[in-house]
Design a binder for this molecule. Structure first.
Ligand SMILES: Nc1nc2c(ncn2[C@@H]2O[C@H](COP(=O)(O)OP(=O)(O)OP(=O)(O)O)[C@@H](O)[C@H]2O)c(=O)[nH]1
Ligand SMILES: [Mg+2]
Length: 544
């Protein structure tokens, strides 16, 4: 594993090596400029997750030695705060993509204007953060604030977080909300660390017992041990354990950076390689033969597009069948929880959130189990189709035939990046649930006399009205989402094919142009192409 600083500087080095080449060969240079900026200011997120009053905001205040966040016995943090190091303090609230400046006083008193989905970006010139320049710590509302907090904490952060930090009150341990959260998070491979707070309330022997119990509970509900565990107190204060975890994560965020950029760089390298090889390998052909090659590629691309159309129809049917199994899986999860739901409703609990949690979990599991394999299979098929066109457009070099070059054999990285992006977006369940809640829950209460009658009425309503409605609403949304995703995969693949053709045309144009020069300078040009090709191939060494 490389540290974030090492990973960042390697990628930036790669950017500066590739930049002149992308310009020279007209291969996505703008894209590279954007990456360069993003890599330079890369941030990995670290969400703090816990029940309300578990001490998340107090821990942050103690760590920063700055009373910035509201701390109360009652639930108080109401939106996500993203805290990170900067040269200068700057506070802003982002709502629906729009930024509004706020003051530290407004944050302290909670007198800002926000909606639950707003995010407060807190840039702090604070010495405690200075050695953690690549992290953004996220203070979130307590989990009891309802299923929306789960949606926010997982859907918004899971793909960009170095780890989740579970903040646990030693007097409470893992309560139901945190358990549900762990069960949901289990579907992702993100690291999880535990911090036991309020250590001033327990003696050392008790704290050891607390650590043991937390460890056991996590193993039970999460299926694996936490990646780390430490003890802190905002009361004493003692935040060294927090710092230890953050230091480790600052280093580990290099993995996240690599995960985000490795395939993109691979895709750029292979595009460059193709572009240079097209020039080198076609120098012997005259203009008519080059035109014929171009027409051949056009035909190949047309054939590929037809192939996509056929494959897409077949996969759409398969994916819709898988979608139906996905919905049945959610329905079964709801039905097997009818008793628990009835009890929640009888006790006046948060019925809607409970349904939300059941759906969230079954949604993620069902997607992974049924739909993802079908879509992945289709994605590989598309990758294969693109790869075929690409290999035929550049041909296979003599060196590769002799097996001397270690460049990738199947060149499908461009489309792979795009497809993975689409597959990751589908299981973001927040919007699905929002639509369900809006459509279904009017909140009519039963008026039966006895408790038993009331129970029966609720159960009846659940089985005959609520569950079927949730299921049919979800099914509609899922059907649409599957069709949209397949369409998007097709559209992006076709775009990649078209871009491929445009690139090939540019490459041949350039070749025709360059060889108009005298023999000596064309010879020099060919040497330069070969040199550039070697450089590009060496660059694969930066990738994992
Ligand atoms: N004794 C002791 N009390 C603490 C400690 N940390 C927090 N508390 C108390 O616990 C209560 C809740 O603290 P918060 O920091 O607001 O908890 P939170 O997790 O941010 O809560 P929400 O924002 O509502 O989710 C407050 O009354 C704090 O004074 C600690 O280390 N020791
Ligand atoms: Mg708080």
């Amino acid at each position: 594993m490389k540290t974030i600083t090492a990973q960042q500087s390697e990628y930036l080095e790669l950017c500066s090596t590739l930049h002149p080449l992308t310009k020279q060969y007209q291969v996505s240079s703008e894209e590279l400029e954007t990456w360069q900026k993003e890599i330079g200011c890369f941030q990995a997120y670290v969400p703090l997750i816990g029940a309300y009053s578990s001490g998340k905001s107090s821990l942050l205040n103690a760590f920063l030695q700055q009373k910035l966040f509201r701390v109360e016995i009652d639930p108080c943090t109401d939106i996500a705060f993203e805290i990170f190091w900067a040269n200068q303090d700057k506070f802003e609230i982002i709502t629906d993509g729009k930024s509004t400046p706020v003051t530290a006083d407004q944050i302290r008193s909670g007198s800002y204007t926000a909606i639950p989905d707003s995010i407060c970006r807190v840039a702090l010139n604070n010495p405690s953060l200075q050695s953690l320049p690549h992290l953004a710590i996220v203070d979130l509302p307590g989990l009891q604030s309802g299923v929306q907090v789960h949606s926010m904490a997982i859907d918004n952060y899971v793909s960009k977080s170095a780890a989740y930090l579970l903040i646990i009150d030693p007097e409470i341990l893992l309560r139901e909300d945190l358990i549900r959260f762990m069960e949901e998070l289990q579907a992702f491979s993100v690291p999880v660390y535990c911090l036991i707070t309020k250590s001033d309330k327990k003696d050392p022997t008790e704290l050891e017992q607390v650590k043991d119990s937390v460890q056991t509970q996590i193993l039970q509900y999460f299926g694996r041990n936490p990646d780390g565990m430490d003890i802190v107190s905002a009361g004493i204060p003692d935040t060294e354990g927090f710092r230890r975890v953050l230091n480790e994560l600052e280093d580990r965020s290099g993995e996240l950076l690599a995960a985000a950029y490795n395939d993109r760089f691979r895709s750029l390298l292979s595009a460059l390689e193709r572009s240079i090889k097209t020039r080198i390998e076609n120098t012997e052909l005259d203009d008519t033969e080059l035109d014929r090659k171009e027409r051949e590629l056009i035909t190949k691309i047309d054939t590929a597009k037809h192939e996509i159309a056929g494959a897409s129809e077949k996969s759409r049917v398969e994916a819709q069948n898988a979608g139906a199994r996905w919905v049945a899986h959610i329905q079964q999860a709801l039905e097997s929880n009818v008793n628990a739901l009835v009890n929640t409703q009888m006790a006046g609990g948060d019925f809607q959130s409970q349904i939300g949690h059941i759906c969230r979990r079954a949604f993620i599991d069902g997607y992974n189990q049924y739909v993802l394999p079908v879509l992945k299979g289709y994605g590989s098929k598309l990758e294969g189709i693109v790869a075929q066109v690409q290999t035929s457009s550049s041909g296979v070099s003599k060196t590769e035939q002799r097996g001397e070059i270690n460049a990738p054999k199947q060149d499908n990285s461009t489309i792979k990046v795009i497809i993975e992006e689409i597959l990751k977006r589908i299981p973001v369940i927040g919007p699905f649930l929002a639509a369900i809640f809006k459509a279904i829950f009017g909140g009519s209460k039963g008026n039966a006399a006895s408790k038993e009658d009331q129970k029966r009425q609720i159960e009846q309503k659940l089985r005959s009205e609520i569950i079927p409605q949730v299921v049919s609403n979800l099914h509609e949304q899922i059907k649409q989402k599957i069709d949209e995703s397949i369409e998007e995969m097709n559209k992006n693949t076709e775009q990649a094919l078209n871009a491929n053709l445009d690139q090939f045309k540019r490459d041949l144009e350039d070749l025709k142009e360059q060889r108009k020069a005298n023999e000596e300078s064309f010879k020099q040009k060919k040497l330069q192409w070969q040199k550039n090709l070697d450089t590009v191939r060496e660059c694969y060494g930066y990738l994992t």
